[in-house]
Write a protein that binds this ligand. Structure first.
Ligand code: ADP
Ligand code: ADP
Length: 224
């Protein structure tokens, strides 16, 4: 089983008045099935950390390992494969394609993998059933509520069985009641799929659902 090991990760941006240190040496270790939440004010660097772990943005220095893989050292095509097969993303905005049905959206990450269409469709339907969207799977995203769209986005993130689930403000656009439902579902599904869930948010209500909590302050993680 694969652990996530992050060590001494830093990120510095070139600001107008010199270098701007955003991440100052992040250390984090996660076990399979574990869930971690990172809170902190806007601009603290939470999204930057997720983007680096998802290979959407380069780190300035530091090391990451997922199981035995060092994702930073992979070639660009191997990084693309790593992103689609081993990492799942959930954003604040669902990012569903409007011209595709819910089921088609959930299947999109499988188009890049060797998986056969029948088994991919079966898994998509099972995930959609699990989040209560079976009756909605042939609908366009526009016909769904905000909470339903986010539940579909969770299914899409999980379709390839990723070991690492990265969630950036997953409930940020939802009302309180819907946010609570989606937050609970995200945690249960990640645990059921034995995926590590790393969630960043400024919502203390979402954070309370996690047993491992950190605040990102001055570029470092402080447990609380
Ligand atoms: P958070 O997710 O905690 O709100 P972000 O990771 O989005 O924080 O941003 C952290 C800081 O890094 C912010 O001050 C932001 O303006 C800055 N930042 C993010 N991306 C860039 C970039 N590409 N170039 C320069 N500064 C950036
Ligand atoms: P969020 O608030 O959802 O975390 P942001 O609005 O902070 O997202 O950032 C959206 C995108 O813009 C990200 O890709 C981030 O890296 C980039 N970004 C944020 N701040 C800056 C900045 N000061 N300069 C350049 N790019 C930035």
């Amino acid at each position: 089983l694969e652990r996530l090991e992050v060590s001494q990760l830093t990120k510095t941006y070139q600001g107008e008045s010199g270098p701007l240190s955003i991440l100052a040496g992040i250390d984090l270790s996660m076990a399979p099935g574990e869930a971690v939440v990172i809170t902190g004010p806007s601009g603290a660097g939470k999204s930057t950390l997720l983007y680096i772990l998802g290979l959407l943005e380069p780190a300035t220095s530091g090391h990451v390992r997922l199981g035995t893989t060092d994702p930073f050292s992979l070639s660009p095509p191997a990084q693309a494969k790593y992103r689609s097969e081993r990492v799942g993303f959930i954003f604040q905005d669902h990012h569903l394609l409007p011209q595709c049905t819910v089921l088609e959206n959930v299947l999109i990450p499988t188009l890049a993998t060797a998986r056969d269409a029948a088994s991919a469709t079966k898994r998509a339907e099972e995930l959609l059933e699990r989040v209560g969207l079976r009756e909605r799977m042939h609908h366009a995203p526009a016909r769904l509520s905000g909470g339903e769209r986010q539940r579909a986005a969770v299914c899409r993130a999980l379709i390839n069985n990723p070991k690492l689930l990265l969630a950036d403000e997953p409930t940020g656009n939802l009302d309180r009641r819907t946010a609570a439902v989606v937050g609970t579902l995200l945690l249960s599904l990640a645990a059921e799929q034995k995926a590590m869930l790393l969630c960043v948010t400024h919502s203390s209500e979402l954070a309370e659902k996690f047993s491992r909590k950190y605040e990102l302050v001055d570029g470092l993680l402080k447990g609380y």
